[in-house]
Design a protein around this ligand. Structure first.
Ligand SMILES: [Ca+2]
Ligand SMILES: [Ca+2]
Length: 152
C-alpha cells in the first residue's frame, strides 16, 4: 500500500481539508540545532535538565495547539461541505446529498493530474471505483483522527 504519502496531497488537492504537512521541518538535525539555540538559556551550547524540561513543555503545548488548530480547520471544512452540499438546507447531509458530494469530490480529484497519478494505482489514467474508495477511505480515517479520538 502506498497510502501514507499520498494522503496530504490528496487533502490539499481536493481542498476539502488543509494539509497538515504544509510546513515540514527541514531535517531532524536542523531542528535539533534550532531547539538548542532557542532553549540554551545559559549559552553553554547544550541543554541541561532545566532547559530540556522547558523544551518538552513548549513542544507539548505547541503540539496541542497544532492539534486544536487542525481540528478547527477541519470543522471549517466540514461546515463548508455542508454549505456546498446540503441542497435542501436542513443542516445535514442525507444519502442523496452525500452521494452528490462524493461524485463532486471524485470529479475534482480526477481533474488534478498529480493527485490522480498517485491514486491511480493501476496506472490507467483514471480512477476506478476501488481506487477512489481507497483514497476516500483515507480522508475518512483522517477526519476521525482529527475529531479528537486521539488521547491527550
Ligand atoms: Ca440536507
Ligand atoms: Ca486507475
Amino acid at each position: 500500500m502506498k497510502a501514507a504519502f499520498l494522503f496530504p496531497s490528496l487533502l490539499a488537492a481536493t481542498q476539502f481539508l488543509v494539509s497538515a504537512n504544509a510546513a515540514e521541518p527541514d531535517s531532524a538535525a536542523a531542528r535539533d540545532a534550532e531547539i538548542i539555540k532557542r532553549y540554551d538559556t545559559n549559552k553553554d551550547g547544550k541543554l541541561d535538565e532545566a532547559e530540556v524540561a522547558a523544551v518538552k513543555e513548549t513542544m507539548l503545548m505547541e503540539s496541542q495547539e497544532n492539534k486544536e488548530a487542525r481540528r478547527e480547520r477541519l470543522q471549517e471544512r466540514q461546515k463548508s461541505w455542508l454549505e456546498e452540499f446540503d441542497t435542501n438546507k436542513d443542516g445535514k447531509l442525507d444519502e442523496a446529498e452525500k452521494a452528490a458530494m462524493d461524485t463532486t469530490m471524485r470529479a475534482r480529484t480526477e481533474k488534478r493530474p498529480q493527485l490522480l497519478k498517485r491514486l491511480d494505482t493501476d496506472g490507467d489514467g483514471k480512477l476506478s471505483d476501488a481506487e477512489w474508495i481507497a483514497g476516500r477511505e483515507k480522508i475518512r480515517t483522517r477526519i476521525e483522527e482529527a475529531k479528537g479520538k486521539d488521547k491527550k
